[in-house]
Write a protein that binds this ligand. Structure first.
Ligand code: NAG
Ligand code: NAG
Ligand code: NAG
Ligand code: NAG
Length: 432
């Protein structure tokens, strides 16, 4: 009986692997629309991508050309925040050099406000923890060349039971604008069971009416498949529940976010939640994988650790300019999981096209042992004869000048190696 079950399981696995293989071949053969951000002389070397469902800069607030980068207080501090921590974080973003690399949003999450509105019906800062008020904090953050983000909720209360913005959208947006706020994360607690498609657009319109360009980050936890409608509403939308500082949570969230890849693009991004890099629940290699895949998926890069006190390893990961450049590439196409094999599909190849005819490729080993992972050209949507140079974005060097047909590397357990493939010649065959 056990043997039969085992054979059956093996058979299912074979069918699954075959299915994934066939799917990738079919994908490789599809003729995809020309990407509007490509110059007329550019042809993508890979035809794996599909951006037919995305719209460019749909909400037209001039923001989110590339995914947002910065910091958010929640993952490390939760409710234990105050104006000192926010100011010291702004200072640290400058002194560490992270701001120069693009991390410019300093985002306050829940707990900045009081439990009730004031007598004029306005939101107010918590007088104990933010005694100087948000305007003063915005001025401080701006004086450093950074931007300030704030938090509210499309419900009657925030998740930590402070006053929410439902039915107060215009007043609250005008108040945020008057303080000089640059970014709003808009959460989903105490929502009275009203659909997010009804609750999120009024704040878009209110932010627009405020006259200030305010990045609009929708956080309805992926409940109503926001990729399908939020491109017209916000600059990014959460696709999943909250991330945890664990390997299991990070990998699960990456897979959910992956499903919505064709809907991301300049102006509106899928958001698999903020980074946990540096918070202690994963290993160095797991955090490297987390950062690599978030960058490749064109996810917001919002640091979630205490940047006043980072280890050298944490800083090394967050400051990898070559990986950041993948995230901020002007083509703005979300990379995807393109091929999987091995036990539980734990050998994974993720890839996405980049500007300049390049391709970014990640070899991710989700197995419990080191392994050699091979990316074959057909899985990457590459013509079999194409020759590429391969640059390793973690070793910071070229590891191959002329790979053809496939590329392999040894990958540690739970590690993710990341590369840029550049075609050797402009005339390299480009076929469908
Ligand atoms: C408001 O929306 C209009 C139309 O989409 C756009 O042109 C304008 O730039 C927006 N203003 C702000 C402040 O977001
Ligand atoms: C501000 O918050 C930080 C982090 O939770 C804490 O260490 C510090 O004591 C707080 N400072 C004040 C003045 O409350
Ligand atoms: C994260 O942890 C909480 C409990 O602390 C749990 O309810 C939630 O399901 C976890 N999320 C994931 C994605 O593992
Ligand atoms: C800095 O981080 C280390 C762990 O990396 C921790 O042990 C230490 O308490 C932290 N220091 C402060 C001041 O938060």
């Amino acid at each position: 009986m056990a043997k039969i079950a085992g054979n059956l399981a093996l058979k299912c696995l074979h069918i699954l692997v075959l299915y994934v293989y066939v799917t990738s071949v079919v994908l490789a053969a599809r003729v995809l629309p020309v990407h509007p951000y490509l110059q007329s002389n550019e042809k993508p070397i890979s035809n794996i991508f599909d951006t037919s469902k995305y719209g460019i800069l749909q909400i037209k607030n001039g923001l989110a050309d590339t995914p947002q980068m910065g910091w958010n207080s929640w993952n490390f501090f939760a409710c234990n925040i105050n104006e000192t921590v926010i100011k010291e974080t702004a200072d640290a973003l400058i002194s560490t050099g992270l701001a120069k690399l693009g991390y410019i949003y300093v985002n306050i999450d829940d707990c900045w406000s009081g439990t009730k509105r004031n007598s004029k019906g306005q939101l107010v800062h918590d007088p104990k923890t933010f005694p100087s008020g948000i305007k003063a904090l915005a001025d401080y953050v701006h004086s450093k060349g950074l931007k300030l983000g704030i938090y509210s909720d499309a419900g009657v209360f925030t998740c930590q039971v402070r006053a929410g913005s439902l039915y107060h959208e215009y007043d609250d947006a005008a108040l945020f604008a008057s303080w000089g706020v640059d970014y709003l994360k808009y959460d989903n607690c105490f929502n009275l069971g009203i659909k997010p498609e009804k609750r999120y657009p009024p704040m878009r319109d209110a932010l627009n009416a405020s006259g200030r360009a305010i990045f609009y980050s929708i956080c309805e936890w992926g409940e109503d498949d926001p990729a399908l409608w939020a491109g017209k509403v916000g600059n990014s939308w959460r696709t999943t529940e909250d991330i945890n500082d664990t390997w299991a949570s990070m990998t699960a969230i990456a897979d959910i976010n992956d499903k919505w890849a064709p809907y991301a693009g300049p102006g509106g991004w899928n958001d698999p939640d903020m980074l946990e890099v540096g918070n202690g629940g994963m290993t160095y290699l797991e955090y490297r994988a987390h950062f690599s895949i978030w960058a490749l998926m064109k996810a917001p890069l919002l640091v979630g650790c205490d940047v006043r006190n980072m280890t050298a390893e944490t800083f090394e990961i967050l400051s990898n300019e070559e990986v950041i450049a993948v995230n901020q590439d002007r083509l703005g196409v979300q990379g995807r999981k393109v091929y999987v094999y091995g036990n539980d599909n734990c050998y994974q190849i993720w890839a996405g096209p980049m500007s300049g005819n390049r391709l970014t490729v990640a070899l991710w080993n989700r197995c419990s042992k080191p392994a050699t992972i091979t990316a074959k050209w057909d899985a990457l949507g590459l013509d079999s004869s194409i020759t590429v140079s391969v640059r390793d974005l973690w070793k910071h060097k070229f590891v191959s000048a002329n790979s053809v047909g496939s590329f392999s590397a040894n990958v540690d357990s739970h590690s993710c190696e990341m590369y840029i493939f550049t075609p050797q010649t402009e005339t390299a065959s480009f076929g469908h």
